[in-house]
Design a protein around this ligand. Structure first.
Ligand code: ATP
Length: 350
């Protein structure tokens, strides 16, 4: 057991019949961290969360929490609160009784329960809602109450299983920042499962990117976005342009451009974020500049996703982000030529 770790997963393997959902997961989480499990549908993120909660039993491996081996403990003997995707409040119980549920089970004195419930509904932004019933609340309000219920017993660990995915776009963004603020106030170690990369990037201290039952990469949002460890991560997190290239003689050859690069000669692909293809400032004599023409403009408000073709790069589909101001200053429209510049240090070669 590494004493710095609050939660230590060692070699967690899960088989469902002949199907292996998790192939030996090793992961350490520090006290107070907000960690997101991120990955496509079926990658095993929910299964891993359910194993931590004791709602599913691992086929092999150990789980340590707060220095205690909890691998085989039933859920009630573990120390966590959980929020599910579907609000999962008891419909026949009032808000107060829902929030009090875990405290009643622990035979907490009535006066203390009342005080704690008042405190919790206030904490999640719904003061005075104690006597309401779940059916009288919006989806977002129900999730706030589910959060209050999960936190009632002051658990060491908060588990969130896609808590925002049933909400509309505005409410998702609002509640995710509330969850993050609450987590920072309370300092509770938190794991959130999500398939939404923007959600993970915006709230997590660290992201665990999963695919096919293995961890592809663990890192801060910035690491994951800027230094993806694999093509899968580069592709799954954020938008990326992928171009086939030739690496030869210490250079990447992409169309007619040559960009310095280390490594053996090989066929490869470069991964290039749209924001790393620049339209300005471009001065005479700048390197890695190429001609392109605009094929399509997706207007998204202040920024536009602009699809360009460039014979110089041997591509007819490169996406760049240009501001509306730039497009109008330069009088750019579909069919317009423009000069673009690659930022060599931002190119990932796989
Ligand atoms: P999603 O976002 O769709 O829930 P996920 O990454 O959370 O995806 P899991 O729910 O963990 O994925 O499932 C991982 C894999 O294990 C999937 O292929 C799923 O079909 C399989 N699986 C999960 N639970 C069971 C089960 N009880 N019996 C058989 N297979 C299961």
């Amino acid at each position: 057991m590494n004493p710095e770790l609050f939660l230590d997963l060692r070699g967690i393997r899960k088989e469902f019949g002949s199907f292996t959902a998790l192939h030996g997961i090793d992961l350490g989480i520090r006290k107070g961290e907000f960690v997101c499990f991120l990955g496509p549908s079926g990658c095993g993120k929910t299964t891993l969360l359910r194993i931590i909660a004791g709602l599913e039993t691992q086929t092999a491996g150990e789980i340590w929490q707060g220095g205690r081996d909890i691998s085989l403990l039933p859920p009630a003997q573990r120390d966590y609160g959980i929020v599910f995707q579907s609000y999962a409040l008891f419909p026949n119980l009032s808000v107060a009784d829902n929030v009090a549920y875990g405290l009643v089970n622990r035979k907490t004195p009535k006066a203390e329960i009342k005080q704690r419930v008042t405190e919790l509904v206030k904490l999640v932004g719904l003061p005075g809602s104690e006597s309401k019933y779940p059916s009288q609340l919006s989806g977002g309000q129900q999730q706030r109450i589910a959060l209050a219920r999960a936190l009632a017993t002051r658990p060491g660990l908060l588990l969130l299983d896609e808590p925002l995915s049933a909400l509309d776009a505005l409410e998702r963004v609002r509640l995710r920042s509330e969850i993050r603020a609450l987590q920072q106030t309370l300092g509770v170690t938190t794991i959130m499962v999500t398939h939404d990369q923007e959600e993970a990037l915006s709230v997590a201290d660290r992201i665990v990117v999963m695919n096919h039952g293995v961890i592809e990469q663990v890192g801060t949002p910035m690491d994951i976005y800027r230094e993806p460890a694999s093509p899968f991560v580069a592709d799954f997190v954020g938008k990326v342009n992928v171009l086939p290239v030739q690496v030869a003689g210490g250079h990447i050859h992409v169309g007619s451009l040559r960009i310095p690069c280390t490594g053996d000669d090989r066929q490869a692909r470069i991964y290039l974020r749209p924001e790393d293809v620049l339209a300005r400032p471009i001065a005479d004599g700048d390197a890695h500049v190429f001609d392109a023409s605009i094929e399509k403009i997706d207007f998204l408000g202040s920024y536009c996703h602009v699809h360009v073709a460039s014979p110089a790069l041997d591509t007819n589909k490169l996406t760049v982000y240009l501001s509306l101001n730039f497009l109008s200053e330069q009088a750019l429209a579909v069919g317009s030529p423009l000069k673009l510049r690659l930022v060599p240090e931002r190119i990932k070669v796989f």
